[in-house]
Design a protein around this ligand. Structure first.
Ligand SMILES: NC(=O)N[C@@H](O)C(=O)O
Ligand code: NI
Length: 175
């Protein structure tokens, strides 16, 4: 079997612009997202940071994830997945850096040559656009996270498992 060179990925800091092809960054500290003062000025609303996408038969659902096993980098990426029927958003409820690896939705399977890697800053969340290939939740800090994604009839999960020894290698983030 031909040995393919293993793809090496070096995660970057997560920014709205860099992540734009894959979804939205949920970040109250984003200078480009001015909040709206509501409730008599007692509250700031960071309005519609992302759209919840579903197909016609599905609906948006809110879940809580308790990520109780953290990883450290480097790590070998063994599986990527996507949700063809809807978006999926993760928002930490406690400080949590998590690893993001994404690839364009258009490809039938994630192409390592088109993968991008990021690490959140501990406050940021993300919303993966419908169909975006992504690494399943992988946290560097144990935490609780709010998750908003599509539920309903049909299969909303495609997985790609890399053959042993071929998964991309994710290096530690440059400091
Ligand atoms: N399995 C599940 O609910 N979550 C995954 O889709 C994920 O991206 O972590
Ligand atoms: Ni997912």
């Amino acid at each position: 079997m031909q040995a393919y060179p293993r793809t090496i990925l070096r995660p970057r800091h997560l920014t709205r612009a860099a992540f734009a092809p894959f979804g939205e960054v949920l970040d109250a500290a984003d200078p480009g997202r001015a909040p709206i003062a509501i409730n008599g000025g007692t509250t700031l609303r960071y309005d519609q940071l992302a759209r919840v996408e579903t197909d016609d038969e599905g609906y948006g659902a809110i879940s809580l994830f308790q990520a109780h096993e953290a990883v450290s980098l480097p790590l070998v990426i063994e599986v990527m997945e996507r949700h063809p029927l809807g978006s999926q958003a993760f928002m930490p409820l406690t400080r949590c850096r998590f690893v993001i690896v994404v690839a364009p939705a258009a490809s039938r399977q994630p192409d390592p040559a088109n993968m991008q890697a990021f690490v959140t800053d501990g406050r940021q969340g993300v919303s993966y656009r419908r169909g975006t290939w992504h690494l399943p939740l992988t946290v560097l800090d144990m935490a609780h996270l709010l998750v908003v994604d599509r539920k309903g009839p049909g299969c909303n999960l495609n997985e790609h498992v890399f053959a042993p020894g071929t998964g991309p290698l994710l290096l530690p983030q440059e400091v």
